[in-house]
Ligand binder design. Structure first.
Ligand code: KG4
Ligand code: ZN
Length: 337
């Protein structure tokens, strides 16, 4: 079964081809960073328009890469939410219409399920059940995963997502958009002993997170400090250490609570080197295993959507002809396959 995957939920246009027998046959990604950089963040209407411009050329590119034709497709998967509604509608209209024109099924994919299943594209792939830490720009979730679509929410952020906290703190430090990876780079030069940031919500039981206070802590620290480049690096380091530590503490708790031994980490912040190293150590200590997608599949991409769509199509699911996209959509509302 050959499935085309389309991702347009935010500021990245991703297209990929996944085959049930041969695996990932091709993928292409276009990042809108340059479009949004002058504004310091994503401008939704510009994002929608840019997806319109880039989708078809990217599609041609992956078909060429994979050496297949449109007529070879067995299904089309597109991100239907959550995300920016205009951006989502571009991919949903395009994907649903393409499937209709080819007389093949289309399937709507939940963006976070895409992230959650992305490590399945790697070797070794995780086996169910596992705990998933999903850390993106819009969400921070700890999920118990029994199978595709069988998700129990263990904890989530009550305010900013981890990626959002990275981006906002990066902005305070005067770093360009997109801030997360820039802050991580700066933190490498920081002294880990100069400042200590709090580890929010770790002093009480539970698996929820709160990251908005860290950004405020960074702001006040910055205000009271000199404006030397080394100071900014030290603050970046203290911030990153606090986020990584907090995420690791909650992952440990989630593994203890569920009795599971496998941890899957996905979403943009999953590309963070310090987080990856920290969680690797945690799982080594617990004689468990941690699974990540390759860094380029941590952030938004079409491959994860093609794969999640493949699993759903294979189970016989597909969409009616109506084109639907949802800006908000709970991961736990999905039905188990
Ligand atoms: O999954 P993703 O591409 O998009 C959403 O679904 O939101 O995640 C993007 C987020 C951004 O907030 C970005 O700053 C963050 O992931 N990010 C990172 C790193 N790479 C991306 N945060 C920390 N360290 C990184 N290396
Ligand atoms: Zn994402």
């Amino acid at each position: 079964m050959l499935v085309l995957g389309i991702e347009t939920s935010c500021d990245e246009t991703g297209v990929a081809l996944y085959d049930g027998e041969r695996g990932l046959l091709g993928h292409a990604l276009y990042s809108q960073v340059e479009v949004h950089a002058p504004y310091g963040g994503v401008v939704p209407e510009l994002a929608s328009r840019d997806h319109v411009r880039k989708l078809l050329p990217l599609l041609e590119e992956v078909f060429e890469q994979a050496g297949v034709r449109r007529a070879d497709l067995d299904g089309v998967a597109f991100t239907a939410g959550p995300g920016l509604i205009g951006a989502l509608l571009v991919g949903a209209s395009f994907g649903r219409s393409l499937a209709w024109s080819l007389g093949i099924p289309a399937v709507a994919v939940h963006h976070m399920e895409g992230h959650l299943l992305a490590p399945m594209l790697e070797d070794p792939a995780p086996t169910f059940p596992f705990v998933a830490l999903l850390v993106s720009g819009g969400h921070t979730l700890l999920v118990q995963v029994e199978g595709v679509g069988a998700y129990t929410l263990l904890g989530e952020s009550v305010d900013d997502a981890a990626g959002e906290a990275f981006d906002k703190t990066a902005k305070l430090l005067g770093l360009p958009y997109p801030g997360g990876p820039e802050l991580a780079k700066l933190a490498q030069q920081g002294d880990p002993t100069r400042y200590r940031f709090p580890r929010p919500m770790t002093d009480r039981p539970g698996l929820d997170f709160s990251f908005s206070g860290l950004k405020t802590f960074a702001l006040t620290t910055l205000r009271d400090a000199d404006n030397e480049p080394q100071t900014r690096a030290d603050i970046a380091r203290a911030f990153e250490d606090a986020v990584v530590d907090t995420l690791a503490i909650k992952c440990k708790r989630a593994l203890e609570q569920t009795g599971l031994t496998r941890l899957v980490v996905a979403g943009g912040v999953g590309a963070n080197r310090s987080l990856r190293a920290r969680l690797q150590t945690l799982l080594d200590e617990r004689h468990g295993q941690v699974f990540y997608p390759r860094p380029e599949f941590c952030t938004d991409n079409g491959a994860m959507i093609a794969y999640a769509g493949f699993r759903r199509l294979q189970a016989g699911l597909h969409e009616p002809l109506a084109i639907e996209a949802r800006a908000r959509w709970l991961l736990t509302d999905l039905e188990a396959l």
